[in-house]
Design a protein around this ligand. Structure first.
Ligand code: ZN
Length: 441
């Protein structure tokens, strides 16, 4: 544990090197996996070889009880890794080089011992991550990578042990706290906007056309809501790309995507992309879901930011969406608080007015082509909408939990109609803005 904490500093760069070999892998203790390794690993789907050079993870399982829980990941070769805990909520994050996960559907959803659930996926090009939700404070008592032996493939093994809150907090402090964040920032923040801006035409600064930022929610390790094999992150990416193409076709605007592939982007970085590029409009795209017991809801909803949610459903949704960073293992204690609180208080009136105006225009256009929620305009404290100087809306384009909505969400015809009405609203918004307020910035 202690050794590992010191490694945190190097995480940012370590992840960026695909090999990440600078990070020493703790040598394996003699203890083999032993009898706990009883559950059969799901068979790897016949080597799909879709991502040629990445290590393949073919099975993952948990064993043990609520005092000690072991995690085992079957691999096709040894990899470097770094494991570290995060607080509030209790999580353990394991950063590894980019891995091609070929795990059975549902892997990680069942609780066992100290682990409530775990997720895995890409957090950035070259870097994958596994995030464990823990039932309480734990330490990583052992962690190592085993060579292939006795018919078993190479394996990553982690042993979690229950500890009390005090020793847990001590294990984070003092130097690890600030360093936890570089896991996703430092090296990474540099890389994240780079990915986006790479797609920008070089004339950005002299191009007078208004810039629209399209923000497909979730991505990478964070799937968002899910229904069968349809994930929110894929649905909203497809929608966002279609919207981008349509806007670009008009030639009237520049467009930047916060993500244009299956990569995780922290919430703050989405806001930063809009602010750093002086965006004139920020549109976040999501697809909601209701838990079955909470009934059925349908239709699209348009959200703006407010410090007080307009109703309970809006509040629930904002809470869920704001958890994206926790899901991906971003250290929340290290979020700059000025973005969290002050911005809302200051909430520049003009920005708010423009956000609300665009939301209403969008509703007027969308309701002519798309089924809307019975209360289609709402507000709540979405972190992704908190840029003080960029009019921002979040559109839940439908409910993946509703059969009819899901049929729409996967239909190209429906998407074309929805995208068309969004572009219409954007045109009206900027036409008015240009007429009343001079050139949009
Ligand atoms: Zn979402």
């Amino acid at each position: 544990m202690e050794n590992r904490a010191k490694h945190l500093v190097f995480l940012g760069c370590g992840l960026l090197c695909a090999a990440a070999l600078a990070i020493p892998v703790a040598s394996a203790p003699s203890a083999a996996e032993g009898p706990q390794d009883g559950q059969a690993a799901p068979a790897a789907s016949a080597s799909t070889a879709s991502a040629p050079d990445f290590p393949v993870a073919s099975g993952a399982r948990l064993a043990g009880d609520d005092k000690q829980t072991r995690f085992i990941l079957d691999l096709d070769r040894k990899i470097a890794f770094r494991a570290f805990p995060l607080a509030d909520p209790y999580r353990v994050v394991v950063d590894i080089p980019q891995v091609n996960f070929q795990l059975a559907a549902g892997t990680g959803s069942a609780a066992r011992g100290l682990v409530k659930a775990f997720r895995y996926g890409l957090v950035m090009p070259g870097g994958s991550r596994i995030v464990f939700d823990m039932t309480g404070p734990v330490k990583v008592a052992n962690s190592y990578v085993l060579d292939a032996a006795n018919g078993q493939p190479p394996r990553l093994v982690l042993d979690f042990e229950q500890v009390d809150r005090t020793s847990f907090v001590q294990s984070l402090a003092p130097e690890s706290r600030p360093e936890l964040k570089p896991a996703i920032s430092e090296g990474n923040t540099a890389s994240i906007p780079a990915v986006t801006t790479a797609a920008l035409p070089p004339v950005t600064t002299t191009d007078p056309r208004p810039l629209i930022v399209i923000d497909p929610g979730h991505g990478g390790i964070d799937n968002g809501t899910q229904s069968g094999d349809q994930t929110e992150k894929n649905l909203v990416l497809g929608f966002g790309l279609a919207l981008r193409d349509r806007i670009e076709k008009s030639g009237k605007y520049r467009v930047v995507m916060t993500r244009s592939d299956d990569t995780f982007i922290p919430l703050n970085d989405r806001v930063k992309i809009a602010r750093s590029q002086s965006a004139a409009l920020f549109v976040s795209i999501h697809a909601d879901a209701l838990p079955r017991r909470e009934g059925d809801a349908q239709g699209a909803t348009i959200y703006t930011v407010s410090d007080k949610a307009s109703d309970a459903e809006a509040e629930r949704l904002a809470e869920t969406e704001n958890k994206a960073d926790a899901i991906a293992g971003v250290n929340l204690t290290d979020e700059p608080t000025e973005v969290a609180d002050i911005l809302i208080d200051l909430a520049q009136r003009e920005t708010k007015t423009f956000s609300n105006r665009f939301a209403r225009l969008l509703m007027d256009e969308m309701k002519t082509t798309v089924r809307m929620h019975k209360h289609p305009l709402k507000s709540a404290g979405f972190r992704v909408l908190k840029a003080p100087d960029v009019p921002s809306v979040l559109v839940e384009i439908g409910y993946v939990s509703n059969k009819g909505d899901l049929e729409h969400l996967v239909s190209e015809n429906w998407r074309n109609k929805a995208v068309g009405s969004m572009v219409q609203a954007i045109d009206t918004f900027f036409a008015k803005r240009l007429a009343t307020a001079g050139p949009a910035k």
